[in-house]
Design a protein around this ligand. Structure first.
Ligand code: Q9C
Ligand code: ZN
Length: 342
């Protein structure tokens, strides 16, 4: 399978994130894609190419202009205020507040656009986030050109980022940008399957009122797990999008038996939708040894996941999302791709 990767994806490197009340080294860091690349080369999965630069138009087709402008200038504004540590929001607009009004101060703006305190913005964030989006766009272009599958080995991840907010280690929604580009490239219907351990709140929100992009997500129940405020089974879409959003919240401790049942049901719904293209938000944090997650999938299950996806016989774009057991990340991610290829 063709892989798209850019060294620029390494440019985002937060120093610390707030986890369980402590500032700890960021779980989402450049060693993740290093491990994926190492494994891709070890098994010789296929060619690894650099992305093409698509400019800002496909990004702005998904994200609001004000948000994109903020991400682009945040680090400069932050350092102009005399800071040299990571930029992190510390207050959030709650119910009943004027949370639709953009403050002018940098701390106010970062709080307006940020969803959590676990997602630092650094000097290289914009560079890496746009490189990741270009990886997803290049993989999509290759699949539109006739490849059966392509893999965007990108970071930072994207599925928690919505049209106008970032968080959950995500800044630009790479998979949503890919799905939107697939539509622009001529696909009538796109299915976006999110198998990251966490609910893809950003992706769901972006396509919630649309029938041309079907969204399906298997994830830990938001009653107990991040992102807490979206991802329940009764979120089925709105307006024209009613019936095109499918959430499969699963309990902590979910093992392969329960996971496979939910995945089979999601795949049944994808078949019924008859998409021209499938975009997979490929998170590997469902792995039993993931340091921040609580599912119980063993490494030997990932090729089976890939095989199940391959049987759909739909042109497929894989976009890397989460997965923090860095030592096993390469084996698990590449396992899905090998299973897909059969
Ligand atoms: N105590 C992705 O997998 N915080 N994002 C976890 C754990 C946020 C994960 C804190 C996790 C975000 C792309
Ligand atoms: Zn995740």
């Amino acid at each position: 399978m063709l892989t798209v990767y850019s060294e620029d994806c390494r440019a985002h490197h937060g120093r610390a994130e707030l986890n369980e009340g402590q500032l700890v080294p960021c779980f989402e860091n450049p060693s993740r894609t290093d491990m994926v690349l190492e494994r891709l080369r070890a098994v010789d999965l296929g060619e690894i190419i650099a992305p093409r630069d698509f400019g800002e138009a496909p990004i702005r087709a998904v994200h609001d202009d004000g948000f994109v402008d903020f991400l682009k200038t945040c680090w400069a504004d932050w350092t102009a205020a005399g800071r040299d540590w990571d930029a992190i929001p510390f207050t959030f607009g709650k119910r009943g507040m004027r949370n639709d009004r953009v403050p002018t101060d940098i701390d106010g703006r970062i709080s307006y656009y940020g969803m959590d305190a676990g997602t630092p913005i650094t000097a290289g964030t914009w560079t890496a986030a746009t490189a990741a989006a270009n990886c997803a766009l290049t993989a999509t272009e290759q699949v539109a050109g006739g490849l059966r599958g392509a893999f965007a080995a990108c970071r930072p991840p994207g599925h928690h980022a919505a049209a106008d907010y970032y968080g959950g280690y995500c800044f630009l929604n790479n998979a949503a940008i890919a799905a939107q580009a697939a539509r622009a490239n001529g696909a009538q219907r796109v299915s976006l399957l999110d198998i990251d351990y966490h609910h893809g709140n950003g992706t769901q929100t972006i396509f919630y009122d649309r029938a041309d992009v079907q969204f399906l997500s298997l994830h830990a129940d938001p009653t107990v797990e991040y992102p807490y405020f979206l991802g329940h089974a009764d979120e089925t879409g709105t307006g024209e999008g009613e019936g095109f959003n499918h959430n499969f919240p699963l309990p902590w401790g979910t093992d392969w038996t329960a996971y496979e049942a939910a995945l089979s049901e999601a795949l049944r719904r994808i078949r019924g939708y008859r998409p021209d293209v499938l975009v997979v938000s490929l998170g590997l944090d469902t792995f039993e040894q993931d340091p921040i997650s609580k599912f119980k999938l063993a490494s030997d299950r990932y090729p089976v996941v890939g095989e199940m996806l391959g049987k759909l016989k739909i042109p497929t774009v894989f976009v890397l999302e989460g997965g923090y057991a860095v030592e096993a990340l390469g084996v698990n991610a590449v396992g899905v791709l090998q299973g897909f290829e059969g």
